[in-house]
Design a protein around this ligand. Sequence first.
Ligand SMILES: [Ca+2]
Length: 117
Amino acid sequence: MTIRTFLPVAAGVLLGAVGLGCISHQETVHRDEQRLPISFETDTAARTFYEAVEKIRESSTPTESKTEFHIPVIFSHKITTVNGPHQVFNESVRRADTNQDGTITEKEARIFTNNAR
Ligand SMILES: [Ca+2]
């Protein structure tokens, strides 16, 4: 294909795409999970744990992931996934309850707090 034939074809394709309009799809998906059931050995263990979880929430930016796919001018597809608040809590429970018995002891809460980030 010579440049003389290529340019009109390319211009036609471009005009056709512009005439049809760019197909654009943008979606935001909010993903959350059930809060894990957990009990606490004492009120002190609960308070220590929740204070650490709040500290983690305040210092962390919301988890977000993006998936994008583009064919310039013709097609654009973007999905943004935002994680819900229970994810921080559940991750904290998994980290704090080191022996996975469903109860956070004062010792586990203290260790979790000292390592919370
Ligand atoms: Ca435990």
